[in-house]
Design a protein around this ligand. Structure first.
Ligand code: SF4
Length: 319
């Protein structure tokens, strides 16, 4: 464990012209050894091994300052700088964080969502219950990153399988957590060729795979406990794109373009087609109301509009 020398909490920096979802990132630790091929952590200046910071108590001052703001609801994302449930130390630190936020939120009469985000099945494997202890001012959202198994097997080799993630989601709702589905990143794979028809058939395969995935999710979880659903297509920094291209990674697909936030993404028609079709799948399974819980993560406002979504943020959902 090491000491964190900078702030534990920072406002999520979404990038130029990206829709602001009103999240605060909490950095309990840094690094991750699950080795997803697209992970930005491999390209950042982080410590080699996963690390949890030992001076978490310092966060009290930061929270006190934050809760002095004229704002009643806060959304804390604990899965940006490491996987939230990677090790026992991560889980221990999370439970301490939940306790600190619970106490202060009560004192300052604030409401707080705390998002745990993971590609592990550690909640279930470790039969973890300590994360359930919190005040009525706090809601825990257990979120799993989800992708079809062919994508997980190819690009997220050391993570839990899709079935394990779904079982963990089901366990999390038994524990009383709200549930979040994070369809991120959506990867167009495989694209077997460079013609227009090759791309169209890759999109059709992707939709068919997500349809199966969504059906499995709907079978496993109680949808009334569903807090939010996010979609986000793969995005890569310039450095990542260059390096992955050099390594002939199957992630790099010729139809990727540099966007105003300096990230490479699939073209606007491809993203819009994917998101619109996935939203439509969810509407068919769960009814029109589900749209109120759907967000596009790190996307531009015109993409939201292309897909018929009204722009909103995560603190606007009922507590
Ligand atoms: S699980 Fe998340 S943090 Fe860990 S390597 Fe994969 S993308 Fe990165």
């Amino acid at each position: 464990m090491v000491v964190r020398k900078t702030c534990f909490i920072s406002k999520y920096v979404y990038g130029n012209k990206i829709v602001d979802l009103d999240e605060y990132v909490v950095s309990l630790g840094t690094g991750c050894n699950l080795g997803c091929e697209y992970c930005y952590l491999k390209f950042s200046k982080v410590l080699g091994n996963p690390t949890v910071y030992e001076n978490l108590d310092n966060i009290t001052v930061e929270l006190t300052n934050l809760f002095s703001l004229p704002k009643s609801v806060f959304y804390f994302n604990c899965g940006e700088t490491t996987d939230s449930l990677l090790t026992d130390q991560h889980i221990h630190s999370l439970s301490k964080l939940i306790s600190i936020i619970s106490n202060l939120a009560e004192n300052y009469e604030k409401k707080c969502f705390i998002e745990l985000r993971t590609k592990t099945a550690n909640l279930l494997k470790k039969n973890e219950k300590n994360l359930c202890k919190h005040s009525k001012n706090v809601k825990i959202i257990y979120t799993a990153s989800l992708a079809p198994q062919n994508v997980v097997s190819e690009f997220e080799k050391h993570t839990a399988t899709v079935q394990e993630r779904l079982q963990s989601l089901s366990y999390a709702q038994q524990l009383g957590f709200l549930i979040g589905l994070r369809f991120e990143p959506i990867i167009l794979y495989p694209v077997n060729g460079i013609t227009y028809n090759d791309v169209i058939s890759a999109v059709e395969n992707l939709i068919a795979n997500y349809e199966k995935l969504i059906n499995s999710v709907v079978e496993k979880i109680e949808t009334q406990k569903l807090h939010s659903i996010t979609f986000s297509c793969l995005r890569l920094t310039r450095q990542q794109f260059r390096q992955l291209l050099q390594n002939r990674s199957k992630l790099c697909f010729y139809e990727m373009f540099l966007c105003p936030d300096k990230k490479y993404r699939y073209s606007r028609p491809i993203r819009t087609e994917i998101y619109s079709r996935l939203i439509s799948l969810l509407r068919n399974c769960l009814g029109n109301e589900i749209v109120l819980k759907i967000f596009l993560a790190t996307e531009f406002d015109y993409i939201w509009r292309d897909c018929g979504l009204v722009i909103k943020n995560l603190t606007s959902l009922s507590f």
